[in-house]
Ligand binder design. Structure first.
Ligand code: HEM
Length: 138
């Protein structure tokens, strides 16, 4: 394993932590703890959070895409099941990126539900990451 592989693996993991961890904290810490606020205050706070988290989300998505493509292109001999599972992973990643884009936009009443969707897809992606790695680490 050369140094660039290590850097790209680090970038993939740190970006995944930032994106999925941010969504989990927002959905399970911020949403419940702000539920009792007056609707207009909650809406302002939600918009401020979305604006503040947007650059983190975009940076993490860019880091995942860059390191993911690098990792993908550097995989040697992998079994057919690996290709099948990475295809499923790409679809779920598309879901996370698209919904993350919507969640970080302003005036969104459905953020909580959308964050739940990101968390579910994100957890399945990480499970797939673990399986993919064991399939390709022969
Ligand atoms: C929400 C976005 C994503 C998350 C949470 C995520 C998560 C993970 C995790 C946890 C691993 C295992 C890391 C390891 O053990 O080294 C992994 C591996 C991998 N990911 Fe991602 N990933 C995401 C997006 C992407 C994207 C966009 C691509 C490609 C364009 C990609 C391609 C890969 C590849 C090729 C591997 C290596 C699999 C193997 O070792 O056989 N990932 N990902």
């Amino acid at each position: 394993m050369n140094e660039l592989n290590i850097v790209m693996r680090f970038l993939h993991i740190i970006s995944g932590i930032a994106l999925l961890g941010g969504a989990i904290a927002w959905r399970f810490a911020v949403v419940p703890s702000t539920a009792a606020l007056a609707p207009d205050v909650r809406s302002k706070l939600g918009n401020a959070m979305a604006a503040a988290w947007r650059p983190v989300f975009f940076s993490a998505a860019a880091g995942l895409l860059l390191s993911g493509i690098f990792n993908y292109m550097n995989k040697g001999n992998v079994p057919p099941l690996w290709h099948a599972l990475i295809g499923v992973k790409f679809l779920l990643v598309l879901h996370v990126f698209a919904v993350g884009f919507i969640v970080t936009g302003p005036n969104n009443e459905k953020r909580s539900r959308q964050l739940t969707g990101i968390v579910i897809s994100g957890v399945v992606i990480v499970i797939l990451g673990a399986v993919l790695r064991s399939l390709s680490a022969a």
